[in-house]
Design a protein around this ligand. Structure first.
Ligand code: ADP
Ligand code: MG
Length: 536
């Protein structure tokens, strides 16, 4: 990066500086920092930067500074592709000229009565801004002379070419003096533009501000080709594979945010959405949930995400390919902070593939394609996570009590691999009814209230379960009066529910293996030694 220059270090007159101050610009944008000094020095410049990066002022400021008040004829001409842009540029000039009313600027474009423009030209104009068509019109009528022009600016040159103005541009340029300074600004630099630069510029300085110069985090970036209708399913698989990570899902529209967060919640994920239509209070509530861990998936639009200061996300999902490369960079910048690793997955529908190519090119990032994960991948990742847990228990915990138990099994001629695999199976499949062979449900030794039996249930916040779901299911299915159901504790991956001892068997018989909110559940009498654990 170049050293950081402030406006008052750019050799700008006090009047213009004051106007810039009034416009509220705090510091020059990168394209301004790098172009203004070069244009002021008299050199030709070819500048490339994305839309919205302040290219207008990058040429307008030096054009103003180089205006010679003693000579009241067109000395700078700015060509712009459309009427709207011409007006916008003219407005930016007028703001910059707030304290220089002696400099005369005239916009000319089709659709405005030409007589008025002719009248103004006759009165004397320093800076002319116009569409190539209307400028040619004046040249043909002889109402405009370019023989004293010293600076020509081709703004949004790529658009002008696209609109078929190449010949007009070339005509106009060749009617200006050879010693002129030629400035070319464009968001993109296709070959035909380089050709124009070559034929009409002298040794231009190329100023390129690519979004690649934004700090693109060095995280894993993947994309998946997914048809629109499959996106949700693929998202769920990826979330399952990467479970226990904090994630953000970006969508391009507010409606989409609502849609996805609703669908994720109904599939049992703890997710909430954030977008610009929400009241501040609502947004604060969602952010509160995300920070305290009661949700671990946040869905947002780019605009909504701009206002939040969360940057320790593990995984970013681009449910839609972002509209703009800078959005992409900002989105993925939510991950991988503070030396943490992060990952970004971008879902690309067939319609979006070109947008993705653009992003890869402009941001100069490598986004590699991965296949859509299948059910076995999801299962394998669960196993992998369990093995990680096994490793850390071996490394960090005291297994003194358990080793003799395993040794006993080995004496019975089971191999270590068999024993471990069986334990892993129990761990992953949960203790389903099969193991539960007893009919008696004892209260008391489980921490339950007197007279109550505490059940361990294998679903929790991870499935979006709420107390009312348990009450509804147990009361509805097992016919237990709702008010007799005792305390309900919903944790991340599982829950504890207490029911009166007298109903325990019925609850077990009916609820174990039943479904709650579409999830198959196991109800198991809680054991005393089961520790309540929490991820947070
Ligand atoms: P571009 O031509 O690169 O698409 P514009 O020149 O139209 O971008 O500028 C986009 C917006 O940014 C305008 O509203 C402009 O007033 C504003 N802008 C330009 N320079 C700065 C700056 N240094 N600081 C803040 N805003 C700026
Ligand atoms: Mg522009």
């Amino acid at each position: 990066m170049v050293s950081f220059l402030k406006f008052d270090e750019l050799n700008i007159s006090p009047e213009t500086l004051r106007a810039i101050e009034d416009m509220g610009f705090e510091e020059p944008t990168p394209i301004q920092q790098r172009s203004i000094p070069v244009i002021l020095s008299g050199r030709d410049v070819t500048g490339q930067a994305q839309t919205g990066t302040g290219k207008t002022a990058a040429f307008a400021v030096p054009v103003i500074e180089k205006t010679d008040l003693k000579k009241c004829f067109v000395q700078s001409i700015i060509l712009s592709p459309t009427r709207e842009l011409t007006i916008q540029i003219s407005e930016e000039f007028n703001r910059l000229l707030k304290y220089r009313e002696d400099i005369r600027v005239l916009p000319v474009y089709g659709g405005q009565p030409i007589e008025r423009q002719i009248h103004e030209l006759k009165r004397g104009v320093h800076i002319l801004i116009g569409t190539p068509g209307r400028v040619m019109d004046h040249l043909r009528r002889g109402t405009l002379s370019l023989s004293a022009v010293r600076i020509v600016v081709l703004d949004e040159a790529d658009q002008m070419l696209e609109m078929g103005f190449r010949e007009d541009m070339e005509d106009i340029l060749s009617q200006t003096p050879d010693e002129r300074q030629t400035i070319l600004f464009s968001a993109t630099m296709p070959k035909p533009i380089l050709k124009i630069s070559k034929s009409f510029q002298r040794n231009p300085e190329f100023v390129t501000i690519s979004p690649g110069q934004l700090a693109v985090p060095t995280i894993e970036q993947k994309y998946l080709e997914v048809r629109e209708k499959d996106k949700l399913e693929v998202l769920c698989r990826l979330i399952d594979i990467n479970s226990s990570e904090l994630s953000m899902i970006f969508c391009n529209t507010k409606r989409r945010v609502d849609e996805i967060s609703g669908m994720l919640r109904s599939r049992g994920y703890f997710a909430e959405g954030l977008h610009g239509d929400m009241k501040q209070q609502q947004r604060d509530r969602v952010m509160g949930h995300f920070r305290n861990g009661s949700i671990d998936i946040l869905i947002a639009t780019d605009v909504a995400a701009r206002g939040i200061d969360i940057d320790d996300i593990d995984i970013v999902y681009n449910y839609d390919v972002p509209q703009d490369v800078e959005y992409y960079v900002h989105r993925i910048g939510r991950t991988g902070r503070a030396g943490k690793s992060g990952a970004a997955y971008t879902f690309v529908s067939p319609k979006e593939i070109n947008k993705l190519r653009m992003i890869k090119k402009l941001a100069k990032v490598n986004i590699s394609r991965i296949a859509i994960p299948n059910a076995a991948d999801v299962e394998n990742s669960r196993i992998e996570r369990s093995l990680d847990k096994v490793r850390s228990i071996i490394d960090e915990e005291d297994l003194g009590l358990f080793i003799p138990a395993v040794e006993k099994l080995m004496e019975e001629d089971y191999t270590l691999a068999e024993i471990s695999a069986a334990l892993l199976k129990i761990q992953l499949e949960g203790n389903t009814g099969k193991i539960q062979e007893t009919d008696d449900f004892e209260a008391g030794d489980t921490g339950a209230e007197p007279g109550m039996v505490r059940f361990f249930v294998n679903i929790g916040k991870n499935k979006g379960i709420r107390p009312s779901d348990f009450v509804g299911a147990i009361a509805g299915e097992a016919d237990v009066p709702g008010k007799e159901i005792g305390s309900i504790a919903i944790l991340k991956d599982f829950s504890f529910v207490e029911v009166p001892e007298t109903y325990a068997k019925r609850v077990f018989d009916i609820m174990n293996g039943n479904t709650i909110r579409g999830n198959e559940v196991s109800f198991e009498p809680a054991r005393k030694e089961r520790k309540q654990r929490s991820r947070y």
